[in-house]
Design a protein around this ligand. Structure first.
Ligand SMILES: Nc1ncnc2c1ncn2[C@@H]1O[C@H](COP(=O)(O)OP(=O)(O)OP(=O)(O)O)[C@@H](O)[C@H]1O
Ligand SMILES: [Mg+2]
Length: 586
């Protein structure tokens, strides 16, 4: 129960106000419950013994007030008032259900976005250290069930207060039981379940589909987080998520409302049948006995009480069941609060490299494992640098430090003399195109994968064509029936390793920025094609700075100089032949 209130405390002020309104409506609802049962007594006693009505204070005053002389007139008046109360009560119940269900949708939209945004904006190191996608997607999925607890809680209040209203009424009257109404209810429910089947299928499908898409978006984006941070394209995924989430929530709301309407229609129906048949009997001079009064009230009362008790039970049951998922969501929301989000929403201006990037005494360790030690080094604008080193020596790590994806354990990085902080890194990354060693392809078309992160309506086809040519993708695309619109499959499963790599290169080039990083970007491409791609890149981007990691030395033939990472240090060579002869000597 505490957790529920804790979860509520994370809502916007507006949403909290809605919550108070809902509880007011729930209270009014229970008043109506009380009145419907209570009104049964004067109504039936009137029928069974019209002469005694003068003994009922309330009726006497009413007839005086409206100046009603004739008994029949008074009876008609009372019947109408009773019917109106019944329908109002039914309406209020449907209304409170609707606002409770709508409220859950609001909750889901509000908290869902908050949580997803929180997770996606975490920095790269958080994702490195967490088995993130599984943990987090399960937390997002739990959001659903934990939020359902809040609506369960409100429904529970609705049931309990209604039970209270009805019981008080019955307590005042007395008690007995009659069963014919149960037969009527079952018939009604059969009809109701047939007529709502259509909706449950339609909405069920929407809910199912959007939930699948939501999980896919979440998992894809988390697998893609490095590129998202580099491109600063968080909003792209957030928008897609939000769209599906809204569809999903609305379908759920509607379906939940429809599923519960029959119950309340049923109640209004039964009561009307009762009232109308009693009216009929009255006018046909049927002989009533005294006991009918009480039985009538109790038919009504029990008919209302039984399902309410049932609901109270299931509500409590599901609240208990969801205890764990609610805790995990509350936990994540707690973290949102303490997490600094100053730099998130500001539009960042690109920081272009003008002169140089300096590494000053940079050391880095993954926990216990020291990878780089005391690196001092400078990259000048326009240089083409090759980086070599045995596998696992820290080449990719070096790049990640350069991009600010991971923070060095000690030392500083300067760009054009400015010391790097997280904000400057974010701006700097916008000027970097990178083909990481473990790039990720979206399960969308070739075109979408290349222009990823930029809005689809603004595709620059001239540039697209250019990068396709530079990355030597033209032949592939010409050979495909759907060309650029061909789907690549999950993480490019439909493409070969070399094709995927060239696609990743085209994506990096489409960004058209001044620093290009190629981490084993051509390792799966044959040497001839590789040579052409590299020459294309250099010829088409005069003045571009390139950092190129490769195991195949031939790849680095055109580099201005070579850096070797060895024993946690950087060693510089004039060119690839100097590196070759030096390493052969050893
Ligand atoms: N997330 C991580 N957590 C802990 N250790 C890591 C992590 N990533 C890499 N390492 C370790 O850091 C070292 C350097 O890894 P890195 O990926 O930089 O090597 P690399 O030179 O790029 O190798 P390769 O040529 O195979 O790509 C390796 O020993 C690796 O095991
Ligand atoms: Mg590597």
């Amino acid at each position: 129960m505490n957790k529920i209130f804790e979860l509520i405390s994370y809502l916007n002020k507006n949403t909290k106000r809605k919550l108070i309104f809902i509880f007011l409506v729930i209270f009014v609802n229970s008043l109506f419950e009380f009145m419907t049962i209570g009104a049964m007594v004067p109504f039936i006693s009137f029928v069974s013994n019209p002469d005694k009505i003068s003994e009922i204070e309330l009726l006497k005053r009413t007839s005086d007030f409206f100046n009603i002389q004739q008994t029949n007139e008074l009876f008609l008046f009372i019947s109408c008032a009773f019917l109106i109360t019944i329908f109002l009560s039914g309406f209020i119940k449907i209304f409170s259900l609707k606002i409770i269900n709508d409220f859950s949708a609001t909750l889901k939209i509000e908290l869902g976005k908050k949580l997803y945004k929180e997770i996606l904006y975490r920095d790269f190191e958080y994702h490195l250290n967490t088995n993130s996608s599984q943990l987090i997607s399960s937390q997002i999925q739990q959001l659903d069930s934990s939020l359902s607890v809040i609506s369960q809680f409100m429904l529970l209040s609705l049931s309990v207060l209604s039970i209270l209203g009805i019981t008080i009424s019955l307590f005042i009257i007395d008690y007995r039981i009659v069963f014919f109404i149960i037969a009527l209810s079952s018939l009604f429910y059969v009809i109701a379940s047939i007529s709502t089947k259509k909706y449950s299928i339609i909405y069920g499908k929407i809910i199912f589909e959007t939930r699948k898409t939501i999980i896919r978006i979440v998992q894809e984006s988390l697998g893609f987080i490095r590129q998202i941070i580099l491109d600063d394209s968080h909003e792209f995924f957030i928008k897609e998520y939000d769209k599906n989430n809204i569809q999903n929530s609305l379908a759920e709301t509607k379906s939940a409302t429809i599923a519960q309407i029959p119950r309340y229609l049923m109640e209004s129906l039964i009561l009307s049948v009762l009232v109308i048949s009693i009216m009929f009997m009255y006018f046909s001079a049927f002989d009533f006995n005294n006991y009918l009064t009480k039985i009538g009230a109790f038919i009504l009362g029990l008919q209302k009480l039984l399902p309410l008790f049932q609901k109270t039970f299931t509500n409590i049951y599901s609240i208990r069941q969801e205890k764990l998922s609610i805790s995990s969501v509350v936990q994540l929301l707690k973290e949102t609060k303490k997490y600094n989000k100053n730099s998130r929403d500001k539009l960042v201006k690109i920081f272009q490299l003008k002169n140089n990037i300096k590494f000053q005494n940079i050391s880095f360790s993954y926990k216990e494992n020291r990878v780089l030690e005391n690196i001092n080094f400078q990259i000048k604008r326009g240089e083409v640098i090759g980086i070599v080193g045995k596998t696992g020596t820290g080449k990719s790590t070096f790049i990640d430090i350069l991009l600010g994806l991971i923070k060095p354990s000690s030392g500083n990085i300067y760009i054009d003399g400015n010391k790097m902080d997280s904000n400057l890194f974010r701006r700097f990354r916008l000027s970097v195109s990178s083909v990481p060693q473990d790039y990720f392809l979206l399960d969308r078309t070739i075109e979408e994968n290349i222009v990823f992160g930029k809005s689809a309506s603004k595709i620059d086809y001239y540039l697209l064509n250019k990068v396709v040519n530079i990355a030597m993708l033209q032949d592939l695309i010409n050979s495909l029936r759907n060309g650029l619109k061909t789907f690549v499959g999950e993480n490019g499963i439909n493409l070969s390793g070399g094709q995927k790599q060239r696609l990743a290169i085209a994506r990096a080039l489409y960004k058209e920025h001044s620093l290009l990083i190629l981490d084993e970007a051509t390792s799966s491409v044959d040497s001839e094609t590789e040579k052409n791609i590299l020459e294309n890149i250099i010829n088409n981007n005069p003045g571009i700075t390139i950092l190129m990691i490769a195991h195949r030395l031939q790849t680095l033939k055109n580099c201005d100089y070579i850096l070797e990472i060895k024993n946690k240090k950087l060693i510089k060579y004039q060119n690839i032949s100097q590196y070759k002869s030096k390493s052969e000597k050893k």
